[in-house]
Ligand binder design. Sequence first.
Ligand code: AMP
Length: 513
Amino acid sequence: MIEMAKKTKLDKVMEVSIRRGFVFPTAEIYGGFAGVYDFGPIGSLLKEKLLKLWTDMFVKSEIDPPVFMVDGAVVLPFPVLKASGHVDHFVDPVVECKDCKEEVRADHLIEEETGQFVEGLDEMELTKIIRDNSINCPSCGGELADVKVFNLMLGTHVGSKRSIAYMRPETAQIMFLDFKRTATSMRQKLPFGIAQIGKSMRNEVSPRKGLIRLREFGQMEIEMFVNPDRINEHPGFEEKENIKLRLLTREEQKKEDTKILEIIAKEAYEKEILPNKFMAYYLALETLFYTKVGIPWEKFRFRHMLPEETPHYSGGNWDLEIELEGGVIEIVGNAYRRDYDLGNHGKHSGVDLSIEDNGKRLIAHVVEPSFGVERSIYCVLEHCFRDKGYDRDWVWFQFPRAIAPIDVEVYPLMKKDGLDTYAWEMYKELKISGFNVLYDDRGSIGRRYARADEIGCPFCITCDYETLREDTVTIRDRDTMNQIRVKAKEVIDILGKLFKEEIKFEEAGELIS
Ligand code: AMP
């Protein structure tokens, strides 16, 4: 008998995500388009909630220094990306099979085959490792050609003169280009931040693993502009300084048995493990954010990038990495970019991008946290995923209430006797009150609960015959599957309190045994 390959968690999560409308492969009816996905109706709501939480935590609630949101162009002219270094340096090494002509990332292939870490090596060095280790094509076993580098930007031509332009490979460049206008239009002094949420595009050699390596993806980025002499003065730091971080230092990465350093942000800054207070601040805020969206604290860490991975101009990069079943993956890049970006754009454009601070003109330094939208969403999906058999006969998502795509579903027990009109009115009322609601009257109640669990809906309301007699409804809790009976006219108030975590579910009504 042929043994079926065991499904990985990634397979299972993607299966339910596609089936239940979280994500759809783009152009699926034409066979799909590698590395590109659409968010479906449920995924769009999950994304909206995650982005809202991010905006609340990283932009809106930032008092001092303030952070301003911009929404910039996706297509950028050649000189911008020449100045930023992307035209010359934004490359990946690829190697082609002489037989089947398949192209793969040379560095990934070597790492998989030898376990050797080869970041930062050039084409000749990578080719030599391939030859020395007799590495062949992973698809057909054929001989591999020499390693070449491949620019990751997606180019295009604009206007009748067809000038070269690029789809932006990161949202960050907009913030550097808009720095001067933002400072003057908002009458800002240093420090201040500019944030953006938007699409970026990279022509990845081998897009794979569902939402993890895409050619078109969302980013949430902040460029925090600071005076380098005052990079250790962050007025809001005290509020976050006691948050415990998990750090993977460079020294530990050299060891076989690596240990994570658990340390509060204040200490990590004072012991100079982190390059400055702004970086320590962001690592603390990211820790709060990812625990809020459902990633267990012990499942992520900040890794100090090794010297060979770190750009020459950087004053330190710390990646937030999350543990998944298939390995650890980078979700946020935190970089101390110094004056590299504003310095280069000033030089190439001929426009003075200096700013006055403390009586002196200077080029602002930049601390940048750069988040991936789809990777964050995938990590939330995988960490909130509960497999069939975990505690029930179907798969479900245990999303934190704050990011559950659908807040509540409403059902009539039967599609008759006025139960349906009662439930429909309640559905309308909840919608008008701003909840994300679905109405479902098909199949048994048990099946409807299971369908609601599959999209991680925290609460389900059922209108039954007692509803008609007593004006009460039942609310079912996704996590415990417990039910309570409450007065229909109090439902909106009770749900509001449940979402704000002001009351416990079992205390919100009469528990049904
Ligand atoms: P980077 O500019 O490469 O440090 O990327 C910043 C963040 O964008 C990463 O931490 C990822 O979360 C996300 N990201 C980068 N490349 C991709 C990709 N090909 N697909 C999905 N997300 C990506």
